[in-house]
Design a protein around this ligand. Structure first.
Ligand SMILES: Nc1ncnc2c1ncn2[C@@H]1O[C@H](COP(=O)(O)OP(=O)(O)OP(=O)(O)O)[C@@H](O)[C@H]1O
Length: 343
């Protein structure tokens, strides 16, 4: 059992790359379109290109018939996030390739994607363990638009009316790293949720505040959506507290704006998306090639010098005493008395 868990943790140190093949849609089928990606086994695909056939390898390949449930089943790292690990899942691909469908699902939520399924799974696990742990779930939701992080819990109208800070600018969200190397979004509003429904309602509120390109009559994400869910669990037997984080990211695609005679601001969007996606691509290739320098700082998507993701999977756990001391500090900061806290 212990070996199995150890192997799982070892496995988690890696970045895993899955490939999902999108089925042809009605328009494409009407124009005689066919799938050009061929799944040849569990791990490989071939693509016919003008320069001949090319083969690509992945940790797993999902065919066009794979269901949302299949995807969730094989990418499910919710238990690890609840156990105190930092888990990040994102979809990467060109415009229209199915990133939003995979991460969020279809509009009517007949086929929910990884995000709503993860919200449910978090609270299912919490329910199963509620006699042994006290849980606290909180979330922040951001978008990265034109190289600027926006807090999606603050509506654009609210932002416009917000009191400017002393240096004359509206509230800014910045990616920072604390002394333990944990990355966090400084300045982002965090909201607590006590059920999957509440978390989903927060998500819907966040989506309503996203940038959409009004002049394009197609549904296309023009910004990167970042959903961060923090799960704090207090062990009721020994008082230790572990904090895990699940980051779910729906990246924007870029090609469409560039191809359709885009206006100035659309080109700015496309350039900014391309720049951040290529920075992300550089980070991933540096990590997978285990290069000594990982260029995190080239984009706000990975703006901090996170200690190598590949070789540092560790649980964020603190003892009962530290958890209590933090509580004392919190109370003192808010002007409460601490006499009744026994440390
Ligand atoms: N596996 C799938 N099965 C059925 N329909 C799908 C699948 N993947 C994507 N689609 C449909 O294809 C269309 C494009 O998908 P989606 O919006 O997810 O693309 P995207 O990669 O997020 O695009 P963009 O980068 O422009 O936001 C949508 O109508 C979506 O419902």
């Amino acid at each position: 059992m212990r070996k199995k868990y150890y192997n799982m943790v070892e496995d988690m140190k890696k970045i895993r790359v899955f490939c999902r093949i999108r089925p042809v849609n009605r328009n494409e089928a009407a124009q005689g379109g066919v799938i050009v990606v061929d799944k040849i086994d569990e791990f490989s695909v071939t693509i016919d290109t003008p320069r001949g056939q090319r083969e690509f390898q992945f940790d797993k390949v999902f065919s066009a018939e794979a269901s949302q449930e299949d995807l969730f089943h094989d990418t499910n790292l919710i238990q690890s996030a609840i156990d105190g690990y930092n888990v990040c899942i994102f979809a990467y691909g060109q415009t229209g390739s199915g990133k939003t469908f995979t991460m969020v699902g279809d509009k009517e939520q007949k086929n929910p994607g990884l995000m709503p399924r993860s919200f449910n799974a978090i609270f299912d696990i919490i329910r199963e363990n509620s006699s042994k742990f006290d849980f606290k779930v909180s979330a922040y939701m951001l978008e990265l638009y034109n190289d600027r992080l926006q807090d999606l819990f603050v509506s654009p109208a609210g932002e416009a009316h917000a009191q400017p800070q002393s240096h004359g600018q509206a509230r800014r969200v910045e990616i920072k790293r604390n002394r333990k190397g944990v990355v966090f979004a400084q300045g982002a509003e965090t909201k607590e949720a006590s059920s999957a429904q509440e978390l989903y309602a927060l998500f819907q509120q966040a989506c309503a505040n996203r940038h959409i390109s009004a002049t394009m009559n197609v549904e296309s994400s023009r910004s990167h959506l970042i959903v961060g869910i923090r799960v704090e669990s207090k062990n009721l037997t020994n008082g230790s507290v572990s904090t895990g984080k699940l980051s779910l990211v729906d990246l924007a695609g870029s090609e469409r704006a560039a191809k359709t005679g885009a206006k100035d601001h659309q080109l700015k969007e496309a350039n900014s998306i391309n720049k951040s996606l290529s920075a992300l691509g550089d980070v991933i290739s540096a990590l997978s090639a285990e290069l000594p320098h990982v260029p995190y700082r080239n984009s706000k998507l990975y703006a901090t010098r996170v200690k190598a993701i590949t070789n540092n999977a560790q649980r964020n756990v603190e003892s009962k005493e530290i958890a209590q001391l933090k509580e004392v500090i919190m109370k003192l900061k808010s002007g409460q008395s601490v006499e009744d806290v026994d440390v």
